[in-house]
Ligand binder design. Structure first.
Ligand SMILES: *Cc1c(COP(=O)(O)O)cnc(C)c1O
Length: 383
């Protein structure tokens, strides 16, 4: 018999009635697109990240892309990207006309500073570390490397909304940081993202680029402060955040620490219950580090068949996922970049053996127990 009667999906949006009410209030306010709620969310998020400026956008992908654009990355440039990440981290480099140079990761899936140093060429202009699963990916070492070689450090904080080193948000080690509010992320606006930085001129340029290259944003254009003619400074994009998204984001923000506390409790329960199984458990946070606990990624050691295990867990009515495939070995990057097996020994080994189990704040204790039972059953059936 399966561990559960009903299927437990890998993730589900964390929404309570107050969050739904906040969105309804935004709909009734008469202001749907970028406006007062976006401005409020941006201020709150800037304070949270420790960066002076925050710009609400329609995705983390847009934030990463604008980070590269405002830093002046373009054709002829190389950008170091970890080999184990979501496609967006490298795709945006291609969209800028630059070349992503993939770098191997360490056993925790973090971009390895020594491998990054070895990959530098005279064309290297930027590094995009990913704070994978919610753990800091060597922020101080990569800050040092960037400073020694005059590189721009752009943090992919899609998993790291809550990640801190001591009192300092991990975003602050970087020149620019990109956050994701996609449906499955720790803070969601359905779809959405945020770009943070201390550099006022980069922030201003990102504001302009995010809305057609227009001189005044729509909020100012249509507000009561008097008619203002607009001008187009460059051929910009359409990446702005709506007030519907920001209304949800502001409410989610109120619940960020309570939800992290709940995920931490589930994490500890998994750690305790799975310790005796033939699996590698995820690394925990070093002393003084706040882990955002976004993804609970295990590894199936040796040459055992991970994909078969995933099928067996699904048969136990528990959803699973893989974070991530070794990105340079996907079809597009093989064909466009000539990347091959053997270039990323650690990322390839993680890519073959990793799997993630449900980790969200709406899991009940009974759900967590059923995940543990499903994993035990699946492992014994795997043989
Ligand atoms: C989700 C994710 C992104 C992209 O976020 P979007 O908001 O969907 O654009 C980028 N990088 C990583 C590591 C992610 O997990």
């Amino acid at each position: 018999m399966a561990a559960r009667d009903t299927f437990l999906s890998f993730n589900k949006p964390h929404l309570d009635e107050q969050e739904i009410a906040a969105v309804v209030a935004a709909l009734r306010s008469g202001w749907l697109t970028t406006g007062p709620r976006t401005a409020e969310f941006q201020s709150a998020f800037a304070a949270h990240s420790g960066h002076a400026h925050a710009l609400g956008l329609n995705s983390c992908t847009a934030a990463l892309f604008l980070a590269l654009r405002v830093a002046g990355i373009g054709p002829g440039d190389e950008v170091l990207v970890p080999a184990l990440t979501f496609a967006a981290t490298a795709n945006v480099v291609v969209h800028c006309g630059a070349r992503p140079v993939f770098v191997d990761v360490d056993e925790q899936g973090a971009l390895d500073p020594a491998a990054a140093e070895a990959a530098l060429t005279p064309r290297t202009r930027a590094i995009i570390p990913v704070h994978l699963y919610g753990l800091p990916a060597h922020p101080a070492a990569l800050r040092g490397l960037a400073d020694r070689h005059g590189l721009v450090l752009i943090a992919d904080c899609a998993h790291a909304t809550e990640t801190r080193v001591g009192d300092v948000h991990v975003a602050r080690f970087a020149d620019l940081a990109a956050f994701s509010f996609y449906a499955t992320k720790n803070l969601t606006t359905g779809e959405g993202g945020m770009l943070t930085t201390d550099r006022a001129e980069w922030h201003q340029r990102a504001v302009t680029l995010s809305l057609h290259g227009m001189s005044q944003d729509a909020f100012k254009r249509y507000s009561e402060s008097g008619f203002r003619q607009y001008d187009i400074h460059e051929a910009g994009y359409k990446f702005n955040m709506t007030d519907i998204q920001a209304a949800l984001g502001l409410e989610q923000f109120q619940r960020l620490s309570a939800r992290l506390a709940r995920r931490t409790a589930i994490w500890r329960r998994y750690d305790a219950a799975l310790a005796d199984l033939p699996l590698s458990l995820p690394a925990d946070a070093p002393e003084g580090v706040t882990h955002a606990r976004h993804i609970y990624a295990l590894r199936l050691p040796g040459d055992r068949d991970r994909d078969r295990l995933l099928g067996l867990i699904q048969e136990e009515n528990v959803g699973v996922a893989v974070h991530f495939r070794c990105l340079p070995l996907t079809s597009y990057y093989r064909e466009s970049g000539g990347w091959r097996e053997g270039q990323f020994p650690v990322a390839e080994a993680i890519s073959r053996s990793t799997f993630s189990i449900p980790m969200h704040p709406y899991l009940t204790d009974a759900d967590a127990e059923s995940v543990i039972a499903a994993l035990r059953n699946a492992l014994s059936r795997l043989g």
